[in-house]
Design a protein around this ligand. Structure first.
Ligand code: NAD
Length: 440
């Protein structure tokens, strides 16, 4: 199958590389010339485990190309995936300008049947809007005085990959969801995903769009639920780790996404929850439950800051060392990371912030102002008054904590991800504070 992917970011590159890996001919498009230049030179512009190696393999097999031109991609492909940004507008609506512009450009460059597939997360009814945009912009062609109608289909195929394990998730998905409006589109998409041998759910476009929104919002709800539970745990002397374990053993509940912490971040959950709330509002439904999920998430990092202020006292002129900046481990992505809000608040209070992340330092350098970026975990906590663990990178468990204790001015740890062994650290002489551990 000849496939184009428009938008070569976290989703587009994983989709493009993996589809190429399973045998398709793929051309990835991006309007960022630096990105395309790097990709053509064999450099992966994002960090995602295993992706760069897989990309090299596909390029060598001549099944993967990169271009800055939608026109070229349209000419070379019959299936076009849209993996474009859908960022939030100030009112919470998804900004669909990228989707509209790309749809128009595809229409203008269409010369034969195309299947246009939404991979981006979009609100229900976007499929209809794409169809209309393409119809309005199709070039008018005539043969013997008769108008030739170019045939095309729109479909929805939401992406459920998780950054940090995206290649693994794409190749072994729990399910592939296809929202289609014709048998032809269904047949093509089934053919594309055939090598994955996974459960395929076929439905209409609106249901498929809703599946993605409902899934992400449900996961965000689980996180906020356990964060609310953690707040009570702290007050009654219960340990949220044990509570989550006990809840998770119930198969109807499951242990995943019951990790209390400083709240969810990243480029998906916050915007997808906002966008789902707005979709409800626009259709006359007040999704109060999701508004509460959002509120709990906001208060989670604030109560973390309050805890630090209570235990470290005045933050002015204090040195705070931070381990972990990415919104989750195994990625360099810092979009809407909880670390950003926490650092901003610490700086506002006059603290000196030093930070280290195993993969996000390049992004950190372009986003963070006034933060001393360090080369390793040890230099980050030299003379620090407190250590904050904000991303649960496994390598932080392997650090020599005796050396850490002896380098800090005050051996105080705030574990925003409940990752470290509290008892062991307390035995070493640290003051340890987690989230909902009932030890305040
Ligand atoms: P991203 O910002 O990493 O990638 C988008 C890419 O599109 C960028 O490289 C940008 O330069 C490019 N682009 C913008 N306008 C373009 C144009 N006119 N022509 C060509 N390229 C253009 O975004 P992402 O994280 O990959 O997310 C894409 C979509 O997938 C979003 O809707 C997101 O909600 C959804 N999604 C993301 C994830 C995730 O984990 N990141 C998971 C599932 C779904």
């Amino acid at each position: 199958m000849n496939i184009a992917i428009i938008g070569s970011g976290y989703v587009g590159l994983v989709t493009g590389v993996c589809l190429s890996h399973i045998g398709h001919h793929v051309i990835c498009v991006d309007n960022n010339p630096q990105k395309i230049k790097a990709l053509k030179k064999g450099r992966m512009p994002i960090y995602e485990p295993g992706l760069e190696e897989l990309m090299h393999e596909c390029v060598i097999k001549r099944r993967l190309k990169f271009t800055g031109s939608i026109k070229e991609a349209c000419q070379k492909s019959s299936v076009i995936f849209l993996a474009l940004p859908t960022p939030p507008k100030p009112n919470g609506d998804a900004d669909l300008t990228y989707i509209e512009n790309a749809s128009r450009e595809i229409a203008l460059n269409m010369d034969s049947y195309k299947l246009i597939v939404e991979k981006s997360t979009v609100p229900a009814e976007t499929g209809k809007k794409i169809r209309r945009t393409v119809q309005l912009n199709l070039p008018k062609r005539f043969k013997d005085g008769n108008k030739i109608l170019l045939d095309f289909d729109v479909a929805s195929n939401p992406e459920f990959l998780k950054e940090g394990s995206a290649v693994q998730d794409f190749m072994n998905p729990d399910r592939v969801v296809l929202g289609v409006e014709s048998k032809k589109a269904e047949k093509i998409l089934r053919e594309i995903y055939k090598p994955l041998k996974t459960k395929i759910l076929v439905t209409n476009i609106a249901s498929s769009e809703m599946i993605k929104h409902a899934s992400n919002s449900f996961l965000a709800t689980k996180i906020s639920f356990v964060n609310a539970v953690a707040q009570i745990c702290d007050r009654v002397g219960a340990d949220v780790l044990k509570v989550a374990e006990g809840m998770g053993l119930d198969k109807r509940i499951g242990r995943q996404f019951l990790d209390a912490g400083i709240g969810y971040g990243g480029s998906c959950f916050p915007k997808d929850v906002d966008s789902f709330v707005r979709l409800g509002e626009k259709n006359g439904y007040d999704f109060g439950l999701l508004k509460e999920v959002r509120r709990i998430n906001e208060t989670q990092h604030q109560s973390f800051i309050h805890l630090i202020e209570e235990k470290v006292w005045n933050l002015k002129e204090k040195t705070i060392g931070i381990w972990g900046l990415a919104f989750k481990p195994n990625t360099d992505d810092m979009r809407s990371a909880a670390s950003l809000k926490i650092i901003a608040q610490l700086q506002h209070e006059g603290a000196k912030v030093k930070a280290y992340d195993p993969k996000a330092m390049r992004n950190a350098a372009s986003i963070l102002k006034g933060v001393v970026l360090c080369k390793d975990p040890y230099s980050t906590i030299e003379d620090a008054d407190a250590l904050l663990l904000l991303t649960e990178w496994p390598e932080f468990k392997e650090v020599n904590f005796i050396q850490v204790r002896d380098s800090m001015r005050q051996a105080v740890i705030f574990d925003g991800r409940n990752m470290l062994d509290a008892d062991k650290l307390e035995d070493m002489g640290f003051e340890y504070f987690g989230i909902g551990r009932g030890r305040l």
